[in-house]
Design a protein around this ligand. Sequence first.
Ligand SMILES: Nc1ncnc2c1ncn2[C@@H]1O[C@H](COP(=O)(O)OP(=O)(O)OP(=O)(O)O)[C@@H](O)[C@H]1O
Ligand SMILES: [Mg+2]
Length: 512
Amino acid sequence: MAYAVEMVNIVKRYSETGVLANNKVSLSLPKGKILALAGENGAGKSTLMKILYGLELPDEGSIAVNGEGVKIDSPLVANKLGIGMVHQHLMLIDQFSVSENVTLGQEVTKGLRLSHRQRDAEVTALIERHNFPLKAEERVGELTLGQKQQVEILKMLYRNVELLILDEPTALLAEQEVDALFATLRELVVKGVSIILITHKLREIKVISDYLTIMRGGEVVGSYKTAEIDEEEISRLMVGRTLAFKTDKSSYQGEREEVLRLEGITLNAKGAKRPLLNNVSFSAFRGEVLGFAGVGGNGLGELESLLGGFVKPSEGHVFYNGEDITGYSPRQLRHSGLAYVPSNRLTRGSASQASLAHNLIATKVAQFTKGGLLQRRKITAYSNKVLADYAIKGGSDAAVGSLSGGNIQKLILAREIEHLHDYIILSQPTWGLDVESSLSVYNKMLDLKRRGVALLLISSNLDEVLALSDRVAVFYGGEIVALLEGEALKGATKETLGAYMLGLKGGGVSGT
Ligand SMILES: Nc1ncnc2c1ncn2[C@@H]1O[C@H](COP(=O)(O)OP(=O)(O)OP(=O)(O)O)[C@@H](O)[C@H]1O
Ligand SMILES: [Mg+2]
């Protein structure tokens, strides 16, 4: 069989932390096929792919591309071998346009200087061929995270890669967007491109991959033909046992009390015809999960920014416990009780150079200071407790930058939940988390609910939204087009939500 790539007995130990991230890992992918790489948080998946892309050097092991032994010691070498990678955390330049990002670096290697117009035209053609909802001239900073993921993919398509590595590309996409991405991947495969896809989602593994390799604790648990293994078996191999999750929606016993209210919130965009948010009103109550659903680009990103204090509304008001907090800065909001798990965890969520301990106490430094000095021992004790509580793999003194993607997410969740007063915004709370960690987050959310916290859940995972929410607001075109609760919500399926999200149904806003 002709292999696009073969990695044999790869060993990688990170010298700073001593972590053995890959322990004699082998993996192979026949040409023109799709391999899913799965496994719990911290299993070593990203590390293995960084080695294949020349971002990390292995301590031992060998790599062959198209049957020939190679030494990949930089991404440039990887590119020359036809390997491209879309990272778990996006690496785009916000100030540049879509087409500038897509073509970045290519002017040089292609040995030609493209004019703005040629470049935009080329990228527009590529966008149209793959049906992405993007414009070549748009500034990347204005895009939703889902769209940014698409720009990363375009970047690779523009480079005519032969082996495409995607590290959790679907984590922030709505189901319809995932389907569109998979259609693109299938087209690439037909053209002979080989693909390695990291994902935690069992459905995706079954739907898109030909082969599956599962990792745990830095080692390969097994490699399979996807058609020959069922979802239950996959899940058991990933976590070592089967897991179940039961929701209990009616658990808060106290008064129904409003915590947060948005009244007629409109957010105008410079130069755009329609507002990004249009006359949005809703209330969030104690002991309730208010879920939000919407396809990227329909206002949820703006809603999140607004609730977090990163943008101010053009019209309308926000009230917290009856007090007008419209236009408060992120800092002021935090002082008044906001806890916030942002979807953009690297820029808004954490300081990557700082230690885990310092990230954990960032919002409560005063509690750990005496006579102007930080109380080291107290900090370490506190952070060790939280790290254990949330099963975060990493020591108190380690830098956040040395954590795996899922463990960074757990760290932010831990910090925010520990900071919590009476309402919390959770945007994509299980982004990048493995099945077990996701379930533990759901259980934490239900605990908070029982304690009378108001939870606002923004998520592209509709199963999650339906399982946890007491009410669901669906956004389309910057407006709430449906607010489902009670019987209407009980009878709702993903398809029901999907129809509202695509604007096929709408205007049926009822209730509070
Ligand atoms: N730069 C680094 N320095 C030190 N340790 C690291 C570094 N990057 C990763 N690690 C450690 O190596 C292990 C494997 O991490 P890796 O990022 O490969 O996991 P992963 O399988 O991609 O997990 P996730 O699903 O959470 O993204 C983890 O214990 C992690 O903390
Ligand atoms: Mg990873």
